[in-house]
Design a binder for this molecule. Sequence first.
Ligand code: ZN
Length: 129
Amino acid sequence: MKIASDALKFILEVSKSTAPREFAGMLEATDDVITDVVIVPGTESSEENAVMQLFMLPNIHTVGTVHSHPTKDTTPSTDDLELFDRKGQYHIIAGAPYDFSSWRCYNSKGETVRLEVIDYEFKEEKEKW
Ligand code: ZN
């Protein structure tokens, strides 16, 4: 699995601007590349637990979840692991200071998986517009 560098940049920027609150979103992929993040409504402005909001989402077609932690600890919590088990195969946790080395991706069992960061050209969308 891979992730577009623009999608990763977006995750890190939103995590940074939301901190110390958590933000949560769903990951969307095109083929084997994560290209989009759908932010869960409310997580940018409320103090409610971001992970709990992910639980309440219907199972829309996504490959997994993303959320931020307010500290540099990217270890999944018990709630996180339960979420990973239910909502897709790839789960990103971004920790402070939200740079290219302060995030991890986990599988549905909570094991670390490697995501390759690639420069992804959004060709189809550009042609469409
Ligand atoms: Zn968490």
